[in-house]
Design a binder for this molecule. Structure first.
Ligand code: FES
Ligand code: FES
Length: 211
C-alpha cells in the first residue's frame, strides 16, 4: 500500500478511471441532464407609449412585445396565433409601421409608440377601418380581425406614402389601392375563415376606391 501511494496510480485506479470516462461519452446527448443557464434571466426596465399612455415595466429581457401587451398590460385584443411570425394575428402598429409583435422583444421598443386594436378606436367611437370591417362583414370568428385591422390601417398609410410592393404594376408610378395591391400587402395576415374578399372590400371603402 505504501508503495502504491508513493509511485502514483495503480493498475486498479487506471481501469476504474477508464470505465467512468467511457460511460460518460457513451451517454447520448438527449439522455444527458439539461444544462442549466449560467445566470438567472435578466430583468430590465422598459418604457413605451401604448395607445397614448406611457407604460413603465420591469420585464424579463426575453419577453416579446406580444406577451407584454397581453400578459403585462392586459390588452388582449392583440391575438397570439402561431407565435412564429407566420399568421399576422399579433400585428400592431409601432411608430406608424405594422409589425408582428410575437417576433419582437419588448426591450427593443424603449420609447416607441405602440398602437393596438384597443387604441385605434372604441365601441362608441370606431376607427373608420373598424366600422368598414363591420359593414362589409370582414370577419367570421374574429380571431384574426384585430391583426387584420391594424395591418389594413398601416397598409393604406404605406400606399399613401408611395412604398412599393411586389404587386405594383408600374414601379415608376405611385401605388394605388387596387384589389391586387391590397391583397398582396395583406398576404401576411392569414384568415382561417377566409374573409379575404370582404376584408378587401372594407379596405377599398376606407381608401376611397373600389375593390
Ligand atoms: Fe405573430 Fe402569428 S402570432 S405572426
Ligand atoms: Fe376567423 Fe379570420 S375571421 S380567422
Amino acid at each position: 500500500m505504501a508503495d502504491n501511494l508513493k509511485f502514483g496510480p495503480t493498475r486498479r485506479t487506471v481501469i476504474a478511471a477508464g470505465a467512468v470516462s467511457a460511460a460518460a461519452t457513451s451517454i447520448p446527448a438527449y439522455a444527458r441532464p439539461p444544462q442549466l443557464p449560467a445566470k438567472a434571466p435578466t430583468v430590465m426596465p422598459v418604457s413605451m407609449e401604448v395607445n397614448g399612455k406611457t407604460q413603465r415595466m420591469e420585464l424579463d429581457s426575453r419577453t416579446t412585445l406580444l406577451d407584454t401587451l397581453r400578459e403585462h398590460l392586459k390588452l388582449t385584443g392583440t391575438k397570439k396565433g402561431c407565435d412564429h411570425g407566420q399568421c399576422g394575428a399579433c400585428t400592431v402598429i409601432v411608430n406608424g409601421k405594422r409589425i408582428n409583435s410575437c417576433l419582437s422583444l419588448a426591450v427593443q421598443h424603449q420609447g416607441d409608440k405602440v398602437t393596438t386594436i384597443e387604441g385605434l378606436g372604441s365601441p362608441d367611437n370606431l376607427h373608420a377601418m373598424q366600422a368598414a370591417f363591420i359593414k362589409h362583414d370582414g370577419y367570421q370568428c374574429g380571431y384574426c380581425t384585430p391583426g387584420q385591422i391594424c395591418s389594413a390601417v398601416a397598409v393604406l398609410d404605406e400606399i399613401r406614402a408611395g412604398i412599393p410592393s411586389h404587386a405594383q404594376e408600374d414601379i415608376t408610378k405611385a401605388p394605388k389601392p387596387s384589389n391586387m395591391e391590397l391583397r398582396e400587402r395583406m398576404s401576411g395576415n392569414i384568415c382561417r375563415c377566409g374573409a379575404y374578399s370582404n376584408i378587401a372590400d372594407a379596405m377599398a371603402e376606407v381608401a376611397g376606391g373600389t375593390a
